[in-house]
Design a binder for this molecule. Structure first.
Ligand code: 13P
Ligand code: SF4
Length: 368
């Protein structure tokens, strides 16, 4: 296990920003025989405990394959939440980051929710502490509080709405049509993108994803000149200079679908590179290029892989099922308060399936 330090941005209630530090533990990689052995052990444990594996596209490819081979799912944040809520298993193993496990528990308090490593967090969640966020909300009581899924249960407990990248635009459009002014947290890039697309009055918290914040507009422009026929796919947590060059902006599912269904043979992908695993499986003939995180306008080279998603390992799945470790436990009052904003989003998505970019595309840019 290697421990790595990361800087991330956070804001206080007065709007002042600072840089704070977090860490992640990276598990040692396994050789081919070890991977096969631990995958078989994890599959056996899932069956023995009548558990289902709910995985995000950014976790290790072996975990994604295990989820699909054992009747679980690999999905974006919205679909993970729905799948966990609707599945009959009494034990959910959530391979992703902490807020995904918490969302599963908020929706399914009667189920046991386990995670391979409970310390797997997210710079957006870290950058928006519940106490500071509460003071910020108190200072703007005239605004409807809309938070991104990448927040703690305690932050969701203060929110009127939760959104994910696949449904943020139609929900904010809906609120704007009702004349609502919005307080948005925590991702400044996603917030600005929604603001640009909808024209809504939004007050933005100043958080960022440490992975997507590293994509660079200037270097993307240079790469596009070398590959003029490539379509550019961008997750909206990326900076404005990168989003501005996109052919498709959307959730992880929307970007995957753009590659699978798109007519182009070449794609530049600005999101965590673990999504390439599923893209290669579903579109084997297509050329995938990683959007640049290095070059003249970059501070250093980033690996474009979330350090906290990387904490999820086959061994962790086995350990949490064998020992009951990594269980997500929420204070019942906080859970009950957080449930309202999650359920409001899910009800909206169920009532407006056409407007939601899962499994389709973000409306502005259309199909690839
Ligand atoms: P999606 O909801 O698009 O899967 O995004 C989750 C996330 O954490 C992206 O960094
Ligand atoms: Fe959070 Fe970014 Fe990791 Fe997604 S990729 S979980 S937003 S730090």
């Amino acid at each position: 296990m290697t421990q790595v330090l990361f800087d991330y941005s956070r804001q206080d209630a007065s709007g002042a920003s600072c840089i704070a530090q977090a860490w992640a533990k990276t598990p040692e990689p396994l050789n081919a025989a070890g991977r096969a052995e631990w995958k078989a052990r994890a599959a056996a444990q899932l069956a023995a405990h009548d558990a289902v594996l709910v995985a995000h596209y950014y976790v290790d490819g072996d975990l994604q394959d295990l989820a699909l081979e054992t009747g679980g799912c690999v999905a974006d944040s919205l679909e993970m939440a729905r799948f966990g809520r609707d599945h009959a298993s009494r034990t959910l193993v959530v391979a992703g980051v902490r807020f995904m496990g918490e969302t599963a528990k908020i929706l399914s308090p009667g189920k046991r929710v386990l995670m391979p490593d409970l310390d797997a967090t997210c710079s957006l969640d870290l950058g928006c502490p519940a106490d500071e966020f509460g003071v910020f909300c108190d200072a703007h009581p005239d605004r409807t509080v809309v938070v991104y899924a990448n927040t703690s249960a305690a932050v969701k407990a203060r929110a009127d709405w939760m959104v994910t990248s696949s449904c943020a635009l139609p929900i904010v459009r809906h609120l704007k049509a009702q004349g609502k002014k919005i307080l948005w947290a925590p991702d400044r890039h996603l917030g600005r993108y929604i603001q640009d697309e909808t024209g809504a009055d939004m007050l933005l918290w100043n958080g960022a994803c440490i992975v997507h914040d590293e994509f660079r507009g200037l270097e993307l422009e240079l790469l596009r000149r070398e590959h003029p026929a490539a379509r550019v796919l961008v997750h909206p947590e990326s900076p404005q200079s990168v989003v501005a060059q996109a052919d498709v902006v959307g959730s992880t599912t929307a970007l995957l679908k753009a590659v699978v269904e798109g007519s182009a043979s070449e794609y530049i992908v600005a999101t965590d590179n673990a999504l390439m695993h599923r893209m290669r499986q579903l579109a084997p003939g297509k050329t995938l290029l990683e959007a640049p995180t290095a070059g003249r306008s970059a501070t250093c080279k980033s690996c474009a892989h979330c350090p906290w998603m990387a904490m999820n390992a086959l061994k962790g799945v086995v350990a949490c099922l064998e020992t009951g470790s990594g269980e997500v436990v929420l204070d019942e009052t906080v859970r009950g308060r957080a449930l309202g904003c999650v359920e409001r989003m899910l009800a909206f998505v169920e009532q407006h399936p056409a407007g939601v970019a899962t499994p389709g595309f973000v409306p502005r840019l259309g199909a690839a």
